[in-house]
Design a protein around this ligand. Structure first.
Ligand code: THU
Length: 145
């Protein structure tokens, strides 16, 4: 699967964002080692602080399928929710908490994950390694796992 196909999967997931408070939709797609894609979108709550980010939802879904160790690559896209689409020109990078959650999959799988961060308008994509976004990470290895 190409980078752009993975970003498209993230965009499709964002269409299901439950984001009535921020009106900012985010989709995340995880490419697994066997080519399977697991996607998620942000899931907000009327008790704002309980909201879940798209990346965390996708990773929890992969874990529920027993596949946390098999995450190979990640795409994230986000933007303002309009009637039928996402709008915006800025790339969306994972928030700090999501970087830490991504690190769980990265360390368990032994991969420095590539994370493709796309803008809603499709004009910009920036690819980072998780080690760039979360240097000197604390993870399973620190606990001997
Ligand atoms: N959000 C994500 O889903 N992922 C991120 O990495 C950044 C932020 C969501 C959380 C909230 O629902 C909305 O975007 C605005 O912060």
């Amino acid at each position: 699967m190409s980078r752009d196909e993975l970003i498209e999967a993230a965009r499709q997931a964002a269409a299901h964002a439950h984001a009535p408070y921020s009106r900012f939709g985010v989709g995340a797609a995880l490419l697994l080692t066997d080519g399977t894609v697991v996607a998620g979108c942000n899931f907000e709550n009327a008790s704002y602080g309980l909201s879940l980010c798209a990346e965390t939802v996708a990773l929890a879904t992969a874990n529920a399928q027993g596949r946390l160790r098999d995450v190979a690559e990640v795409a994230v896209i986000g933007g303002a929710l309009t009637d039928a689409d996402l709008a915006g020109t800025d790339t969306v990078t994972p928030c700090g908490r999501c970087r830490q959650v991504l690190n769980e999959a990265a360390q368990l799988g032994g991969r420095d994950l590539a994370i493709h961060c796309a803008s809603a308008d499709g004009a910009r994509v920036e690819t980072f390694r998780l080690s760039e976004l979360l240097p000197h990470a604390f993870g399973p290895a620190n606990l001997g796992v």
